[in-house]
Ligand binder design. Structure first.
Ligand code: CA
Length: 236
């Protein structure tokens, strides 16, 4: 996987690049936002810092979206909530808050890359299994310990999105955007209701985990599910 790293902080770039290389990724680094759209050839995922010296990262994101569907993960400093929301509205696929964990970055990069390629490209043939819950992304069926569970279309779409993320966190805004197509006042409440129904129907209350203030992820109760490993260094 080739990562385009748009990051003006030399210290962060110097720590990040070898860590990504150790995860089998290759990187190109730009220290400015200007010209980023000219470097998208063969890029699988863009990691875009929103605080850049020359152009607002949100504008860089919009410029990328105008010419390419390449997955973009925006990075903002802690507390800049408006930036993150603005980033997602400007076409970003996900966001990270500094300082973030390398393992989390790698998991999210794989997740956005996988979704971009679509379920057909997944090595598991489009079936994700977590804690006896089997989600068939192609046939749109769900079984729990071999027993088929009937979900509404929206319930299935929420579950499929979480299953496709490979254990990474799906932000509330992204789930709402991808499942309902648009956001509206009360969207979060609607999402919560769907998740509550999912937990009841699946009979696995701990499978769909709440990441407070961010969104949801899939994980088995024992923490053996896919996701970032413990003890990886923080950057930022
Ligand atoms: Ca910066």
């Amino acid at each position: 996987m080739h990562i385009l790293l748009v990051e003006d902080d030399d210290r962060i770039a110097a720590a990040l690049r070898p860590a990504l290389h150790r995860h089998g990724m290759t990187t190109t680094r730009l220290a400015r936002g200007r010209g980023a759209v000219d470097h998208l050839a063969d890029v699988d995922v863009v990691l875009l810092d929103l605080g850049l010296p020359d152009i607002d990262g949100v504008d860089v994101c919009r410029a990328i979206r105008a010419v390419s569907e390449v997955p973009v993960i925006v990075v903002s400093a802690r507390g800049e909530v408006d930036d993150r929301i603005l980033g997602l509205h400007s076409g970003a696929d996900d966001y990270l808050v500094k300082p973030y964990d390398i393992g989390e970055l790698v998991a999210r990069a794989h997740a956005v890359h996988r979704r971009h390629r679509g379920p057909a490209g997944s090595p598991a043939g489009g079936v994700v299994v977590v804690d006896e819950v089997s989600v068939d992304l192609n046939r749109h069926t769900v079984t729990v310990a071999g027993r088929e569970v009937t979900l509404t279309r929206k319930e299935f779409q929420v579950l499929a999105l979480l299953a496709s993320a490979g254990g990474a966190v799906c932000t509330r805004s992204r789930i709402v955007a991808e499942v309902w197509g648009r956001s509206w006042p009360g969207a979060n409440r609607t999402l919560d209701v769907h998740v509550a129904t999912l937990r009841t129907k699946l009979g696995r209350p701990e499978l769909v985990q709440t990441v407070r203030g961010v969104g949801y992820r899939l994980g088995s109760p024992g923490g053996t599910g896919p996701g970032p490993g413990a003890g990886t260094p923080a950057v930022g």
